[in-house]
Design a protein around this ligand. Structure first.
Ligand SMILES: Cc1cc2nc3c(=O)[nH]c(=O)nc-3n(C[C@H](O)[C@H](O)[C@H](O)COP(=O)(O)OP(=O)(O)OC[C@H]3O[C@@H](n4cnc5c(N)ncnc54)[C@H](O)[C@@H]3O)c2cc1C
Length: 496
């Protein structure tokens, strides 16, 4: 077997899978100067249309933190409502610059993200598969198709729901088997079909198109849960006739696929030098459109931590905070998708429950809470007690700095931590972290408002991690500040 790199562990990180999660993680690592390689089974970035249809507010914020949101915004359409089991919830009053869902098919999203990763110089080994691996005390030997291998310090499985990395690591994927199956297709029809939702004793069905002249998207709940392989044209025609009494002159299909409500999560996101992110770590039904979004945010949580461990800034234990922070977020996504599937069940009792939920979600407070959960704006990592901002995402405030007016997310474009000081300049000696943490003296006029919580007291200073979450907030004289900097960005060491 030939080795593509030297056997001393010089490739820092191998990422199995160049889907949304793997691409985002590669970009984060490359920004931190880490030597990273993506191994991707597909020959190109082409993905059929059967997958994610949009980006939620927090994902767009995360892309904004890297200065690339505009690339996606210019390719999609904004909608002011998120859907909880198809119950529309308006988020246009949310305190974010991105108070909408961006409709953008995954087939468009991936090439845009891949372009960014390409600009950052990340090599992608295409038509190449991770076949297995073995880890030891200093690295991981990653076995590839074509009888080659890579030696890396860390391997990250971003290889989707059937993750070989997860299985080879022996990580349990506990959860629920499917209870419902849906057929999904993009079709050409001679007749104009009846667009919108239809419910019957089997479940909810939908026909729709985003733009006039585009092919029709079909989603049909199936009577049977167990299937082998993708559905055929005949099965699609039969299912259409069963629901609508006609196939609307079905002429052809660009693709036909199916998905289920299987709901599973990896028991651990880490096994030594092997980590999991995205669908490899969690699968759930697409209700609420959270899968791709959760994977992107996994990647942004993991990227800077892995970079700091690889370059020796932080101890290996920093990687444990990835599981500690992201596993509960994934568990919550699984939980809310299970609730959404239940609310879509066609029987009378579930429909009564659905009506009750519609009533509740018509009220302001429940709407805010559920919508903020769906779009990821309410995430709070448990970093201990303190100011309400600690563990939450930093709002994208307009600020004035010595370099002129800017906004907070522009300060995060290079994925480096920031100590943002709103008080007297010079109140804290940043020298021991100066090479790792950027100190910015700033002022902000106006209130600080967080999703769900509302207005909060403005802190005199905040430490913002590269993922945009606040690690510490308070007065720069607080003895906890050096402790927080050391915890997250390595021990005090002038010159490092
Ligand atoms: C019908 C449907 C609708 C959806 N709607 C939404 C939505 O609206 N919003 C949303 O956020 N999410 C949605 N999702 C979920 C979303 O598509 C996934 O969560 C997302 O693709 C996960 O990204 P990933 O990179 O983690 O995994 P994947 O996209 O599965 O990427 C994994 C990659 O790894 C590669 N790979 C696999 N094994 C290997 C190997 N051994 N070696 C090398 N490469 C390998 C694969 O080729 C693939 O490119 C939907 C999914 C479905 C099925």
């Amino acid at each position: 077997m030939g080795a593509l790199r030297s056997a001393d562990g010089s490739t820092a990180v191998v990422i199995a899978g160049g889907g949304p999660t793997g691409l985002m993680l590669a970009g984060e690592l490359a920004l931190a100067g880490i030597d990273v390689v993506i191994v991707e089974r597909r020959a190109s970035q082409v993905v059929d249309g059967s997958r994610a249809g949009g980006l939620h507010a927090r994902t767009i914020e995360v892309l904004d933190q890297r200065g690339i949101a505009e690339r996606f915004l210019s390719a999609g359409q904004k909608h002011p409502k998120v859907g909880f089991s198809l119950i529309p919830l308006d988020i246009s009053d949310f305190p974010t610059r991105h108070n909408y869902v961006l409709a953008l098919w995954q087939s468009h999203f991936e090439p845009i993200l891949a372009d960014w990763v390409g600009e950052l110089g990340v090599p992608i080994l295409r038509s190449c598969e991770v076949m297995g691996f073995a880890q030891d005390g200093t690295g991981v030997d990653v076995e590839l198709s074509g009888d080659t291998s890579l030696r890396a310090k860390y391997l990250v499985g971003c290889d989707g729901g059937r993750s070989l990395v997860r299985k080879t690591a022996g990580i349990d994927f506990a959860g629920l088997d499917p209870s419902t199956s849906w057929m999904i297709a993009e079709v050409e029809m001679d007749e104009e079909p009846e667009l919108g939702f239809r419910r019957n004793s089997v479940g909810t069905h939908a026909l729709g198109r985003r733009e006039v002249g585009e092919p029709v998207r079909v989603v049909l709940t199936e009577r049977q849960v167990e299937h082998t392989g993708d559905p055929s044209m005949d099965e699609l025609r039969e299912a259409l006739v069963a629901v609508y009494g006609t196939d609307f002159g079905l002429r052809g299909a660009n693709w036909i696929s199916r998905f289920t409500d299987m709901t599973r999560q990896a028991a651990s996101y880490r096994d030594g030098r092997v980590l999991l992110a995205g669908d490899a770590a969690h699968v759930h039904p697409p209700q609420g459109g959270q899968g791709l979004n959760t994977g992107i945010q996994d990647a942004v949580n993991l990227g800077w931590k892995l970079a700091q461990v690889v370059n020796g800034t932080s101890p290996d234990s920093l990687l444990d905070t990835y599981h500690a922070e992201r596993h509960p977020v994934g568990a919550r996504v699984l939980h809310n998708t299970m609730a959404q599937v239940a609310l879509g069940s066609p029987d009378d009792r579930h429909q009564a429950l659905r009506d009750t939920m519609i009533d509740l979600l018509g009220m302001d407070e429940p709407r805010r809470r559920i919508a903020a959960m769906l779009c990821g704006l309410d995430i709070r990592y448990d970093l201990g007690a303190g100011h309400p901002l600690v563990g939450r995402r930093m709002p994208d405030l307009d600020v004035h700095t010595a370099d002129g007016p800017t906004r907070v997310y522009a300060l995060l474009h290079d994925a480096r931590p920031v100590l943002l000081n709103f008080g007297e300049a010079g109140g804290f000696d940043i020298a021991p972290w100066a090479k790792r943490v950027r100190l910015v003296d700033a002022s902000h006029e106006g209130v600080w408002e967080l999703p769900v919580l509302g207005e909060i007291a403005a802190p005199p200073a905040v430490v913002i991690r590269p993922d945009g979450h606040v690690a510490w907030a308070g007065d720069p004289t607080d003895p906890e500040l050096p402790h927080a900097l050391a915890t997250w960005f390595g021990a005090a060491a002038p010159g490092r």
